[in-house]
Design a protein around this ligand. Structure first.
Ligand SMILES: [Cu+2]
Length: 216
């Protein structure tokens, strides 16, 4: 019985949490419209930008899916709209629930970033039935940005990052690219889950039921 309750609790968080962008501070968060491009429905630039370093930046998330593809992009400017044309971190696969810390971000020199340049970071994940989930953080670059406070960027138990099994953006439909795969490795299983979840209406509910069946 204890196992059943644990499984149901896990399913509840899987269905509702999506992901949170904790640092740099997100513009806002509304889980119901997190799938709205480009910033999860948060279209107003924050009046309180995070001062973020030009090299060795960190990004802290909380993951609400058992696995997800993650990509980080950036748009330079005070109010760059949807011009997230530069990839800061290519798509990879994150596995596990809870806090997730990405480190070692450096902006390409081609962007001509200097102290005081404003920009917006976009974090994209997949994992729901209708493709991408989005959130954005408005930043000001500084070579003297303060260190991230301890405890802000951490990894929850069992949270890991592995190479992505696809090279496309996580908001693209991957069913056709992965549906033929029948690998039994951890990465093969991950790809199969993604293909299943992106299969269309009802996919998420079916995936949840399947997960429950396995755990029970
Ligand atoms: Cu979700």
């Amino acid at each position: 019985m204890k196992t059943t309750l644990t499984a149901l609790t896990a399913f509840a968080s899987l269905a509702s949490a999506h992901f949170n962008l904790n640092y740099p501070a997100a513009r806002g968060f509304d889980e119901d419209i997190l799938g709205t491009f480009p910033c999860g429905g948060q279209n107003t630039v924050s009046s309180n930008r995070t001062v973020w370093p030009i090299s060795n930046g960190e990004i802290a998330l909380t993951m609400g899916h058992i696995d997800a593809n993650v990509e980080v992009l950036i748009a330079v400017g005070n109010n760059p709209g949807s011009a997230f044309n530069t990839v800061l971190r290519k798509t990879f696969t994150e596995q596990g629930l809870g806090t997730f810390c990405m480190t070692g971000f450096s902006v390409p020199s081609s962007l001509n970033i200097t102290d005081g340049t404003n920009a917006t970071i976009q974090v994209v994940t997949n994992g729901d039935s209708n493709g991408g989930l989005y959130n954005c953080a408005d930043i000001t670059f500084s070579s003297n940005a303060p260190a991230v406070a301890s405890g802000v960027c951490t990894n929850g138990t069992g949270v890991t990052a592995v190479a992505a099994t696809i090279s496309s953006q996580p908001n693209e439909t991957v069913a056709s690219a992965t549906s033929s795969g029948s690998g039994t490795s951890a990465m093969g299983k991950s790809a199969a889950v993604r293909g299943f979840v992106s299969a269309g209406a009802g996919g998420l509910a079916m995936a949840g039921a399947a997960a429950l069946a396995i755990v029970l």
